[in-house]
Design a protein around this ligand. Sequence first.
Ligand SMILES: [Zn+2]
Length: 103
Amino acid sequence: MKFVCHLCGKTFMHPAKKTTNKLAFSTDGTLMTVESSFEEHVCPNCKGNDYDEIPEEVSEKKTVGICEVPVEEADRLLKLNEGWVITQDYAKGVRMRKYAEAV
Ligand SMILES: [Zn+2]
């Protein structure tokens, strides 16, 4: 999953956590205490909270191959480390998908 920030335009994989404290003041305006705090997820770059998830189909990963193979063959393909991933498991084999290298 990938996100894009609308404030700084950067993309990121994991939103950062930001803790915001709500402060309580006495009647004469002096700070009393931290009344409550809450966590929100923000852009790790600019700490803004105006970001959206990028839909899977516009990500840079492009499918270059699909195959259905026995489990042993799947093991072999995974070990090649050429971008094959298992997308579905069957009783007697797996469906695999190969993605183009991310640029
Ligand atoms: Zn940002």
